[in-house]
Design a binder for this molecule. Structure first.
Ligand code: AMP
Ligand code: ZN
Length: 490
């Protein structure tokens, strides 16, 4: 399996630190508001990456934090006359809930910044002792960037280039404009915790380094986030952890491309965002995921409602094929064309190999999905051919339906449940049309279809049309195949 390491700008053969096991960390949200689908793109991408690692046989431990103390949370709380803890609690719950709705797996470990103050203070103390950090007179503690000779290794920036335009903002007591806050002295009305440097709260970069070390151990195999986090957030996480523990931090850095609207990054500050919640009210999680995965995770992704509609139709097409394969299997007569079944099986196996090699090539989901679409077309041809000759092979049709659903399931795309159950109202129609008085809906459907076939054979078009119209009023259509007629939801 090859993974693009954004720190080295190369696709590298993936070798976990411990054989068969992967430890990965993906920065979680700052819980001050509902997440938008740009954030969701990053979380869904890493969900797919994690799922593929698991499908490839790795035992994956996945940690993701919740940043539940931060300027944005405090500002939101002040605007709304609530406490920061209340705001953080509300949006943590909403985040977890909407991730479930998007079919994103729960992390194995979900630490919250406010519950990790002790380990963070421990890390900061050690950094001060080792000469990598200093406490300012105002109670802030800063990381001394120039004390870390490897600074810049994650994002590929050079310290001297960073100096251009670097400023010390009012209220900061940095020795060097490049330095960043590990600990921020308490301001009135803000949440704070006691520390050796007075009451205060951790800086944003501090939490992830401390959590990675505490819950996964350094170094980890994969560290991820959106590409906008590479600098300064990931650079700073890495600097703290490597200077504190000298064990390395992350072997592979993975960064997702940004989701764009009309060419611009979707963001809260630009106001060009749709929340994940509102998108999932109108569209299925499966269609949103299909749309996202048709672009490689590192490329920018253009979002539009038209593209999402398109993904919804594609999904319906795949689901339709899977449903048709299952129906054909159930109604297969005892005359299967073995050669056609074998040919289908061989072609699907080839598409399966393409799918796997795409996924093994830096999680090329776009290529993998293209293979699924080709397999759908191939399965449709098989059905057209064998149904016309009443030569469907039950096992082959079921196996094809199974692999299509599996390939998508591995990507976290759940096909919509087939609307297989026929409506109970059919009993009334059957009673009126053919005098059927039982309570078996499938039997009622069979009787109605037989009555229609008889009516057509007798050229009683009036009755045949009446049957068709009544069924249509119930949202059902008749599909005629060589294996017999079938009632389907329209
Ligand atoms: P935040 O809560 O702002 O830290 O964002 C949570 C995650 O969403 C981070 O990994 C960001 O990099 C990511 N993110 C933010 N905006 C976008 C976007 N427009 N497209 C993709 N990922 C994004
Ligand atoms: Zn982080």
């Amino acid at each position: 399996m090859k993974i693009y390491n954004s720190a080295t700008h190369q696709k590298e053969e993936f070798k976990p630190i411990e054989e068969g096991k992967v430890r990965m960390y993906v920065c979680g949200p700052t819980v001050y508001d509902n997440i938008h689908i740009g954030n969701a793109r990053t979380f869904i991408s890493f969900d797919v990456i994690r799922r593929w690692l698991i499908a490839s046989g790795y035992e994956v431990t996945f940690a993701q934090n919740l940043t539940d103390v931060d300027d944005k949370i405090i500002n939101r709380a002040n605007e709304q006359g609530r406490t920061a803890a209340e705001v953080a609690e509300e949006f943590s719950t909403k985040f977890i809930d909407v991730m479930h709705r998007a079919n994103v797996m729960d992390p194995d470990i979900r630490p919250r910044a406010t519950k990790e103050i002790g380990p963070m203070i421990g890390m900061i103390k050690s950094l001060i002792e080792q000469g990598h950090a200093y406490a300012a007179d105002n109670g802030d503690v800063y990381f001394a960037v120039r004390s870390d000779p490897a600074y810049g290794e994650v994002s590929g920036r050079k310290v001297d280039e960073l100096m251009v335009g670097a400023r010390i903002a009012a209220g900061e007591e940095k020795r060097d404009p490049l330095d960043f806050a590990l600990w921020k002295a308490a301001k009135p009305g803000e949440p704070s915790w006691p520390s050796p440097w007075g009451d205060g709260r951790p800086g944003w970069h501090t939490e992830c380094a401390a959590m990675v070390h505490r819950y996964l151990g350094c170094p980890i195999d994969i560290h991820g986030g959106g590409s906008d986090l590479a600098f300064p957030h990931h650079e700073n996480e890495c600097a703290q952890a490597t200077c504190c523990w000298h064990e390395g931090f992350a072997n592979t850095w993975m960064h997702t491309g940004m989701l764009l609207v009309d060419g611009e990054k979707m963001s809260k500050s630009l106001g060009n965002f749709f929340t994940l919640e509102e998108v999932l009210e109108k569209h299925s999680a499966a269609a949103l995921r299909l749309l996202m995965l048709q672009t490689h995770y590192r490329s920018p992704l253009d979002f539009s409602w038209e593209r999402l509609d398109g993904a919804e139709s594609s999904l319906a097409r795949i689901a339709g094929t899977v449903e048709n394969l299952r129906w054909a299997a159930r109604h297969a007569a005892g005359n299967p064309d073995v050669a056609a079944a074998d040919a289908l099986g061989e072609d699907l196996a080839a598409f399966g190999r393409t799918y796997t090699s795409c996924m093994d090539d830096d999680f090329n989901t776009a290529g993998a999905i293209a293979a699924v679409f080709e397999a759908v077309t191939r399965a449709n041809h098989y059905l057209e051919d064998t149904q016309a000759r009443d030569a469907v092979d039950e096992g082959a049709a079921l196996a094809a339906a199974g692999v299509l659903a599996n390939w998508l399931g591995t990507l976290g795309i759940e096909l919509p449940e087939p609307k297989e159950e026929l409506p109970v109202g059919l009993l009334g129609v059957a009673a009126g049309l053919v005098g059927y008085t039982g309570d078996d809906v499938d039997e009622a459907a069979e009787r109605i279809l037989t009555a229609r076939a008889d009516a057509r054979a007798a050229k009683n078009w009036e009755l045949a049309d009446a049957i068709r119209d009544q069924l249509r009023d119930m949202g059902l259509v008749i599909e005629d195949t060589a294996a017999g007629s079938r009632l389907k939801h329209s």
